[in-house]
Structure formats: C-alpha cells, structure tokens
Design a protein around this ligand. Structure first.
Ligand code: FAD
Length: 309
C-alpha cells in the first residue's frame, strides 16, 4: 500500500526543493500558512502535500549586502519593526506590513508569503457551496469571469500590501530554483493574469527580499478598506520619491497585478496620476464599486503628492 505524504517540515532549502520536485503536481510550500490554509479550507487550494519551510534557518536572516538590505523571506510581518535599518530607511514597508490583516495574523504571516499571497475576488473567495450555487468562475475552472458578466479573462485583485511598498522602492527578490540562486526585480514576477497571477516556478523558493539602502526614499502609503483591520485591500497606493528625483507610483487592489507608473519630479503629476488610473483594470469584484475605487485612485495619489512636498 502506498501511503501518500501529507506534510513535511523541511530543514533545508535543498530538501524542500527536492521534495517539491518529487511531488510537483500535488504540493504547496507553507510558511506562516495564513493564506494557504484559508484557501485550503475554502476549497480553493487543492494541494494534498504541504511542505513546511518555516523551520529553514537560512530564510530568516536579515543583513546588509552591497548597497542593499536583504530581508529573509521568513521574517514575520510583525518582526520587521525590530530591524533598525528598516526603521531608519524603509518606514513605508512597516506601514504596509502593519496594514495587513490583524495583529495575530501579522505575528504568523511572513514577508515572502505576503508577496505570493493569492489574488482575491468576491466571486472566488467564497465557500465551495456558494461558488457552486453561483456558478464556478474562470479561477475555479469555470468558463467565464462572473464579476464582468462573462469576459474570458480573470480580473481577481492583486492584494499583497507589502509588495506595493517594496516595488515602489525598486525591491528585488533572491530566488532559489533547483539550487541555483538568481535575483529578479519583484515586479517582474506578476503576470496580470488573474488565474495564474505569478510567473514564478512553483518549486522555487524566495530566499530574501533586497531593497536599495542609499536612495534616500521618501514614501507615502495609503490603503482603502472597509474596516481598519482584517480587510484585504480595495485600493493600496504607494508613491516613492528618491534623492535623484525619480518617482514611482504603485497601486494594489485594482488590477490582477501591481500597477506601476514611473516618472520624475519634472513630470506633470496630473499626467502621472491619469496614467495610473487608466492602467488599473478595475472590475466590480470588491465591496466598493468600480467607480468609487477608480475615483479614489486620484484622491489618494493627489494627497500623496501633497504629503511628499
Ligand atoms: C483574515 C485575513 C486577512 C488578510 N488580510 C491581508 C491584507 O490585508 N493584506 C495582505 O497583503 N494579505 C492579507 N492576508 C493574507 C495573508 O495573511 C498574508 O498575505 C500573509 O503575509 C501571507 O504570509 P504567510 O507566511 O502566511 O504565507 P503562506 O500562507 O504560508 O503562503 C502564501 C503563498 O506563498 C508561498 N510561499 C510562502 N513563502 C514562500 C517562500 N519563501 N518561497 C516560495 N513560496 C513561498 C506559499 O506556497 C503560498 O503559495 C490576510 C489573510 C487573512 C486570513
């Protein structure tokens, strides 16, 4: 009789990747588990084998490397504030992390897990019987996007709040894939396709998140949600200005991927804002209407530019 594996607590990155490759169709890594397990209970996550990476020490280190700070992927959101470099150089990351979920979840949730948390949609994040009753959408192997009344694309929302702040500061991630490391810009891993929102090999592991340290970042972060706790984003904005006068606007919660607009202090702010509003493919898949969220992009970005001055 073959006994199917259900759970493994990996001790090293190599062991985790080896096991993942051995069970490529049926596994999922689990770090804090605050996203994976909720999706599993809702029947949106089908992997039968969980490879727990939370005990891998190498993924917990935070250190300076060249001109960047490398933050271990397993650092818990609530622990980010304990690092003096993050406190001094990247307060926007702390603000974003603090806006995630609730105090208890932040004590379990990791930074790496947050970057890969699953997209959300009011027609997808429901119980199995609810989804069956309404009719399965594209993201649950259905034929059409219900939120748009029948489109053939999925517009589930990108909701990682820390990614919005990190991308605004040009963060990159160190990825280990079959034991070879590579460093890629964080924003490059998001596809814009709500069904498969990341072009990230399932067996790959994020080792650390790198943020340039000498850029003199000034950032403003805002998040729209129904309650000040527990709610996923209806709109997240980060606007970051570096000491060379470069501006980066990043939006979350309004498109299947982060919306990114870059400019400089010489550009017309209204044009940059217009560009961001135009790029956001908002549909009615949230508690707030599409029109309201679209309007709020301009409101938040205008306020952010005022605060940056
Ligand atoms: C009630 C509630 C409210 C929430 N609100 C928010 C919110 O407001 N904003 C928000 O951004 N999130 C929110 N979340 C989602 C989630 O809690 C966070 O995104 C959290 O940071 C995920 O981290 P984790 O360590 O628990 O990830 P896990 O659940 O362990 O993993 C998430 C995904 O990342 C993968 N993964 C994890 N670590 C790695 C790694 N190092 N390398 C490769 N793959 C990895 C897993 O395989 C999985 O696919 C909420 C969740 C709940 C339950």
């Amino acid at each position: 009789m073959i006994i199917e594996k259900l759970y493994l607590k990996a001790k090293t990155i190599e062991q985790a990747i080896y096991e993942a490759n051995e069970h490529v169709d049926s596994f999922r890594y689990i770090a804090g588990g605050t996203d994976v397990l909720v999706n599993k209970f809702q029947g949106n996550e089908e992997s039968s084998y969980l490879i727990d990476i939370s005990g891998i020490e190498e993924l917990k280190n935070t250190f300076l490397i060249g001109n960047s700070l490398a933050i271990g992927a397993l650092v818990r959101l609530d622990d980010l504030k304990k690092n003096k470099h993050i406190l001094q150089h990247f307060p926007v990351l702390l603000e974003a992390a603090h806006s995630v979920a609730s105090p208890m979840i932040r004590k379990t949730a990791t930074l790496g897990g947050n970057l890969l948390c699953e997209n959300r949609c009011s027609f997808y994040n429901q119980s199995e019987w609810w989804r069956e009753a309404v009719g399965y959408c594209l993201k649950c192997d259905g034929e059409i996007c219900i939120a748009t009344g029948g489109k053939k694309n999925c517009f589930s929302k990108f909701v990682s709040d820390t990614a919005v702040a990190l991308i605004s500061m040009n963060a990159s991630i160190e990825v280990i894939e079959n034991s070879s490391p590579s460093i890629v810009p964080l924003e490059s891993i998001y596809t814009g396709d709500g069904v498969n929102p990341r072009k990230f090999n399932k067996t790959a592991i994020i080792k650390s998140i790198h943020i340039p340290i000498n850029e003199g970042f000034k950032s403003v972060y805002k998040k729209l949600r129904q309650r000040e706790s527990l709610e996923f984003s209806s709109l997240t904005t980060a606007v970051t200005l570096n000491k060379a006068g470069k501006i980066k606007i990043v939006l979350g919660g309004v498109d299947p991927k982060p919306v990114v607009v870059e400019g400089t202090t010489k550009d017309d702010k209204n044009e940059l804002i217009k560009q961001a509003v135009k790029m956001a493919r908002i549909v009615d898949n949230d508690v707030y209407s599409r029109e309201y969220r679209k309007e709020m992009i301009s409101v938040y970005l205008n306020r952010s530019f005022e605060e940056l001055n």
